[in-house]
Every structure is written in C-alpha cells, then in structure tokens.
Design a protein. Sequence first.
Length: 226
Amino acid sequence: MQEVYIVYKTVNKVNNKFYIGVHKCANPQKFDGYYGSGSLLKRAIKKHGMENFVRETLFEFDSYEKAYQKEQEIVNSILIESNSCYNIKLGGNGGTTQNEEVREQFSLSRQGKFIKEQNHFYGRKHSNEARKKMSDAKKGKYLKDQNPNWKGGFRKKKFSSEKERQLAQSSFMKEHNPMNSFEVQKKHAESMKNKPRVLCPHCDKSMEMGGFTVHKIALMRKGIII
C-alpha cells in the first residue's frame, strides 16, 4: 500500500481537548501508535495516560504539500487561542522529522507565499491568552543540562589572595543565610518576648531563665559571688 499523508485529530477523552497535525503513514485505517508531537499534547498524555486519548483521521492526501495546506486552513490563529486546543503554533509549518530533500521541495513550493498581506496573520498579534499558552509550553525547557550551551553552572571566580576568597565566601554565606531574613528575625524576636524571665538575687538584674547560669559565672569572676 502506498504511503499517504493524513491530517489527524487527537482527542483527550477526559476533557475533550484536541490536537491537529500531519502524519505520514502506510495505512491510515490502522493506528500506528502516533498521537502527535505537540509539547502541550505530550504533557497531557503524560498526565492523563495514553488510554485516555484517541486519534482520528480527518483527511488523506498523496503529498505532504496538500496535507500541510489543509492543516494551515484548520489550525489558524483563532483555533490556537482556544482553550480546547493543544496546538500552540499555526498549521502548515511541517514537522521536524522530514529529510533535507523533502524540506527543500516543501520550501520551494511555498516560496512567495504567506508574505505580508498574503499571510492571514499579517498585521495581527497573539492575544495575552495565546502568549501565556506558548509560554507555559516552554516552561522548564533549556534549563541547566537541558540547554546545550550549559557549562555545568557558573564559573568559579578567581581571587588574587586567600583573604579575598574568604571575604567573598563570608559575604555569600551571610547573604544566603536563611536566618538573616527579616521574617526569621521577626519570629525570633517574638519568641524571645514570650520566654520567662528571672531576677538575679545578687544584683537585681532581669534576664532570661536560660541566661542566669552564664550571668552567675560572670558575677563569680568579678568576686561578687564567693
């Protein structure tokens, strides 16, 4: 059987949200396990499980060009701004698995198209809701080892002397010490107010109960207490 290009729709049976894409397959009547490559769709499958998704074929074509043209008609700016859609970019862009020859042919077929007024999105902007949707899809990506340019963290600073290094370390520890936060200090001060206090019988000084032992030793050193 000759391979065909399908425009498919993957539906989440839990909330009826869907994803529309293009897929090359040998038999469109037989499911090959492919649901789509959209980032929001993958996240939803991970959350709800594959058993809660179903793919249906909307259209069949004998070329990728016709399939992507149909996808572009369906997946427009209005659709991707809808809360019921997992797509986050306009249709007709193609996937990332095409070989160089297919990409070149597809590029040639689109030359001169979708420029300025010929592009249905020309002069328009994504709504705040669509921008948030695209932003959420990218969250958590390109961080640390997921970023190909990540070098394992910030490089260690070179110091001219050991003293400079110690001062920098001390400053860093002081800045990042959670005990130095205003809220911690405030809670500590409030807890100290509620602690019981005692009166020294030797000098009538008021102090916390836990500090009386230290105070007594100080009086003994001064010769006040024998």
